[in-house]
Ligand binder design. Structure first.
Ligand SMILES: Nc1ncnc2c1ncn2[C@@H]1O[C@H](COP(=O)(O)OP(=O)(O)OP(=O)(O)O)[C@@H](O)[C@H]1O
Ligand SMILES: [Mg+2]
Length: 502
């Protein structure tokens, strides 16, 4: 790709960017949220038309007219926003556009299911492919879109944040498949915000910043700090300074809990557990994917109905909890799946941020435009949300910036307990440290925070106390010096001297 530029109204997403991928290499494209990574790859895969510059594929000029066209010419893609058909089976999703048919043009279901099974097994997954995709959690859906992309014969495989919902084991399976494809001569383009993953699999790295090319590097010759420095436009010392803080122990011990769960549980989702969260503390929920962290968090917000136990806020039993009751009692919830539960695509950045405030701060449900602008601008600045204006529809923001908007909404609503489920997924390193700072400031001001993250480093850095989940049960509570990656790992692995049974 040579001299690629792309302009959206008010935004220059790419200016004169060069990029190339060779057969048999894994090439990562790195950059902050809004740097232009997805835009570049959407031009390569025919989602956006090529307006300036040129693309050469296998020595021949290449100008895809649509994703289908690009696919026919050997470019297969997994986009950042998973696009699956929610009411169709896993098998149908994998085989979209490639269904085996019989002589009369009817779909051969047995064969379709058989092929889909093979594709999933290649990723190490044994699931019922005849069930609807909507029966499965986000991680499985992500694996399905990966299975679909890698199953197609291609010369180039583009993967835009394919691993954001996957656990370590699933990432391993994926990388094994990627290495095979690479050895078969496929050129692989990879985008992620997990730096460790970049170094596990990448041969070369192209860095973008503000729509411009910073440079292309051999991964082996670019240390992590140097990479982050290029992404943020900072020198390595400044980068290091971003991540040294650790949560000071909160002066909350002994104070009464804000929320108290007793024997709270839901059959099939989480076994009954006790948990207290005090005002002014960040309680980290650690555990592997599928350990029940999200399920536990959802019970605190009434998003799912518990089948046992009680929740009390400020010592008062809440009875039947629903999201409305939760919000009325000062509980806010930023969910992990922003596409289905968070963002309202057609509303502006300002409206999306102010959405949860309305009812609370203003009894009549009205909040002046001036106030809204003030709040939206404050958070756009605090979280460094990249947008030409606060009136931009949220759907036009990059994936990571949409994530920041959701977070801003809940920060702005100033709940007494804020539940953050994977708030840093898909956001860049700079913003991760901004989120950590925001959590720290808010807890200092007395907010209770329930923090879920798959990145243990983050949990350890930000939490005053940590509850560990495994196999859908709370197995331990850690505080003080026990808040340590090694300790948490050994508790999860079953070392469990801290384990308590509920
Ligand atoms: N459809 C669109 N309309 C208007 N602006 C857009 C559109 N798509 C992207 N942009 C803007 O172009 C810029 C680059 O966005 P892009 O999605 O390529 O970023 P990215 O590097 O993929 O970021 P992320 O890491 O958050 O996914 C951003 O400023 C974004 O707001
Ligand atoms: Mg993107």
């Amino acid at each position: 790709m040579k001299s690629i530029s792309k302009t959206f109204p008010g935004v220059r997403a790419l200016s004169n960017v060069d990029f190339c991928v060779k057969p048999g290499e894994v090439h990562s494209v790195m950059g902050e949220n809004g740097a232009g990574k997805s835009t570049l790859l959407k031009i390569l895969t025919g989602v956006y038309s090529l307006e300036t510059g040129k693309i050469v594929l296998d020595g021949k000029p290449f100008k895809p007219t649509s994703p289908v066209d690009a696919q026919a010419k050997g470019i297969s893609a997994i986009h950042q926003e998973v696009s699956l058909l929610p009411y169709q089976s896993v098998a149908e999703n994998i085989m979209i556009g490639r269904q085996p048919k019989n002589f009369f043009g009817a779909i051969r279901w047995g064969e379709l299911n058989r092929l889909a099974n093979i594709a999933m097994q290649r990723l190490g997954l044994n699931i019922d492919v005849t069930r609807s995709i909507s029966d499965y959690p986000v991680a499985i859906r992500q694996m399905v879109s990966i299975a679909r992309a890698v199953d197609m014969k291609c010369k180039i495989l583009v993967m835009d944040e394919p691993t954001s919902s996957l656990d370590e084991g699933e990432v391993k399976e994926l990388f094994a498949v990627v290495r095979n494809l690479r050895d078969e001569g496929v050129g692989i383009v990879f985008v992620t915000h997990f730096l460790d993953q970049v170094y596990q699999i990448t041969d070369r790295i192209t860095v973008l910043r503000n729509g411009e090319l910073v440079g292309m590097f051999e991964a082996a010759q670019l240390p992590k700090l140097g990479l982050v420095g290029h992404m943020l436009g900072k020198n390595p010392d400044e980068v290091q300074a971003l991540f040294v803080q650790k949560a000071e122990s909160a002066h909350v011990e002994g104070s009464k809990p804000f929320v108290e769960a007793r024997g709270l549980g839901r059959v099939g989702a989480v076994k009954p557990f006790d948990l207290e969260i005090r005002s002014g503390e960040v309680l980290g929920l650690a555990g592997l994917l599928g350990s029940g962290r999200t399920e536990a968090a959802r019970l605190f917000f009434g998003a799912d109905k518990p089948t046992s136990g009680t929740i009390a806020v400020d010592g008062k039993n809440l009875g039947r909890l629903s999201p409305k009751v939760a919000i009325d009692n000062g509980i806010g919830f930023s969910p992990e799946d922003r596409r289905t539960e968070g963002i309202i695509p057609d509303l502006s950045v300002r409206e999306n941020i102010c959405l949860a405030i309305h009812k609370k701060i203003s009894p009549g449900g009205f909040i002046s435009l001036k106030k809204q602008v003030e709040i939206a601008e404050k958070y756009v600045k605090a979280l460094n949300i990249s947008t030409p204006s606060i009136e931009q529809p949220v759907k036009n923001l990059s994936g990571g910036n949409q994530q920041k908007v959701i977070l801003a909404r809940w920060l702005a609503s100033q709940p007494k307990l804020l539940i953050l489920d994977e708030p840093t997924r898909g956001i860049d390193v700079g913003a991760k440290s901004e989120v950590e700072t925001a959590m720290k400031d808010l807890s200092k001001d007395g907010m209770a925070i329930l923090f879920i993250s798959s990145e243990l480093e983050e949990v350890v850095r930000s939490s005053h106390r940590v509850a560990v989940m495994k196999d859908r049960a709370k197995i331990a509570e850690l505080s003080g010096d026990q808040i340590d990656e090694q300790v948490i790992m050994s508790v999860i692995a079953g070392g469990g001297q801290h384990a308590q049974t509920n």
